[in-house]
Design a protein around this ligand. Structure first.
Ligand code: FE
Ligand code: CA
Length: 530
């Protein structure tokens, strides 16, 4: 197996190629030696194909462009056509016909050296999205891409393949929880200026609630999302935001999901309240379809309520990122009280009562295998919900039981696996706060060794968690109640986690600053604040 492609991803990649580009190998590079150290085979320039004649009225490139799931030799290029993106049925004003467009990939921002150019069909059954698998690329290299239709040309996106060999450095931005109504996307406006290679989205890309009305920002539709049309419209509504579009156009993304891509605190085929498992599965199918249509992910289109999104990304021998799904196949959390509006907050004897699965059997086996086979210096876990444990109670213990705190046996197994790999680091979202935690062998037991540091990215815009939970959570090293994102810079010797926070979440033009910087030395899981 190729080191940069996890087993599961290899299988998916083999089946998922929407289109394959074979571009010729040309003369030796004039860019100097490839960073990979492998024989350098620069792409030969090609002439762009003619754009298909425009049949649809109006600008179809309203939702921007994106790229994602890079390997050392390929990357997924995405767009979704919509001439009327706010149409209430979520169909984007384009009806039932498939629409042919052209895509181009170039070695430069001006497209003076086009390396690949092809036609592709944006299928109505896929919400008029396209997922181009641009292949035959060089490792650790920047590329530019665009889409064309009639005389319309999309925004130009910039992307990059993953490095191979022994990279000196790799940079990630970690983002999550971007409720449209919660604030502007000033965090994304600032993110485009960061020196990172990849953006990791840990979920809550959308929220499923009615968008509301009146003053302030409101997404569409103004109803609880249940149908594929509803979810499509919600993604379109978010993706009209220019700062979100700019971030996607600037960096490749790798995304997993948390609960709100479907429904608050859904776990497996359960939600708080009285929905039947059949109803939950139906809603999952609609939500997963729209998620896939709107993400630049290297995955086959879903067919029903199952879509395996866990996958890994390897940056040469420097780092592997394991991206997890902690909702789809999860057991129902303990002591669920359906009268508490789905908070899954509290404590009960049941917490330790049974071995509840968090990842599901398939994903758990995959992760054990992937971690067991890791040959990289750092092992980064893209883990949507907090692992180290947080006791948010005041007078007595109380936990958010849809986090790993409700799944103690599964957590024990995961922590034991992390203890067996080199330099595990946990990257987390969901809590609507920035945090630094120590993942102990036994959470809350400070006498057990620290296995990994955990860095929780602050929310982009979702309302902050406003309680101070440092009192009952000794493994919590720092709590930062601010909006923003996390920048993680990895070198062979050190990992640096920088908390970037905005001044004013309501202002898209907000300034940004650094709230805290923590470093982790290779070989020592205890993070140090600098
Ligand atoms: Fe959230
Ligand atoms: Ca969440």
């Amino acid at each position: 197996m190729l080191p940069e492609v996890g087993r599961r991803r290899f299988l998916i990649g083999a089946a998922a190629a929407t289109t394959v580009v074979l571009v010729g190998c040309g003369s030796p590079s004039d860019d100097g030696p490839g960073r990979s150290g492998s024989p350098t085979a620069p792409r030969k320039a090609v002439d762009p194909v003619d754009a298909p004649a425009a049949g649809a009225d109006g600008d179809v490139f309203t939702l921007g462009v994106a790229s994602g799931d890079p390997t050392t030799t390929s990357v997924i290029l995405w767009t979704r056509l919509a001439s009327d993106p706010t149409a209430d049925d979520g169909a984007g004003g384009l009806g039932d016909d498939d629409i042919a467009i052209a895509w181009d990939l170039a070695a430069d921002a001006d497209f003076s050296r086009v390396l690949a150019s092809e036609l592709i069909s944006a299928k109505a059954a896929h919400g008029h999205s396209v997922h181009v698998d641009a292949q035959g690329l060089e490792a650790g290299t920047d590329y530019w891409y665009r889409f064309r239709y009639g005389d319309q040309t999309s925004t130009v996106g910039r992307t990059a393949t993953l490095p191979d060999g022994s990279p000196d450095a790799f940079g990630l931005a970690v983002v999550n929880c971007q409720m449209y109504e919660g604030g502007a996307y000033g965090a994304y406006r600032n993110l485009v200026d960061e020196d990172v290679d990849l953006v990791v989205h840990l979920g809550d890309y959308i929220y499923e609630y009615p968008g509301g009305e009146g003053a302030g920002r409101h997404s569409l539709p103004n109803r609880m999302l249940t149908t594929v049309g509803d979810y499509r419209l919600r993604y379109a509504s978010y993706k009209l935001d220019p700062d979100l579009q700019a971030a996607h156009a600037r960096f490749p993304f790798v995304a997993t999901w948390d609960d709100h891509e479907v429904a608050n605190n859904y776990m497996g085929d359960t939600v708080p309240g009285d929905a039947t498992p059949e109803q939950v599965e139906e809603r999952k199918a609609a939500a997963y379809q729209a998620w896939w249509e709107n993400m630049p992910a290297r995955l086959d289109p879903p067919d029903g309520p199952d879509l395996a999104v866990y996958r890994d990304f390897t940056m040469g021998d420097l780092a592997t990122l394991y991206l997890l799904d902690e909702r789809q196949d999860s057991a129902e959390p303990p002591c669920r009280d359906t009268s508490t509006a789905g908070l899954d907050y509290g404590n009960c004897d049941d917490v330790d009562g049974e071995d509840r699965t968090r990842l599901g059997a398939d994903q758990e086996a995959w992760l054990a295998d992937a971690l067991g086979g890791s040959a990289t210096r750092w092992n980064l876990l893209g883990n949507p919900v907090v692992l180290a444990g947080i006791d948010a109670g005041q007078d007595e213990s109380a936990f958010y039981l849809d986090t790993w705190d409700g799944f103690p046996d599964a957590r024990k197994r995961l922590i034991a696996q992390l203890a067996d790999v080199d330099n595990p680091v946990v990257l987390t979202g969901d809590y609507h706060a920035g945090m630094v935690l120590d993942v102990h062998e036994v959470p809350f037991d400070q006498d057990t060794p620290v296995v990994a540091p955990e860095f929780m990215a602050p929310p982009i815009s979702s309302a902050l968690f406003d309680a101070d939970v440092t009192g009952r959570t000794p493994q919590l090293r720092q709590q930062i109640n601010e909006y923003g994102y996390l920048v993680v810079a990895v070198t062979p010797d050190e990992l640096t986690a920088t908390f970037r926070v905005v001044d004013d979440v309501a202002d898209p033009d907000t300034a940004i600053s650094t709230a805290a910087v923590w470093t982790v030395a290779a070989g020592d899981p205890i993070a140090q604040q600098t």
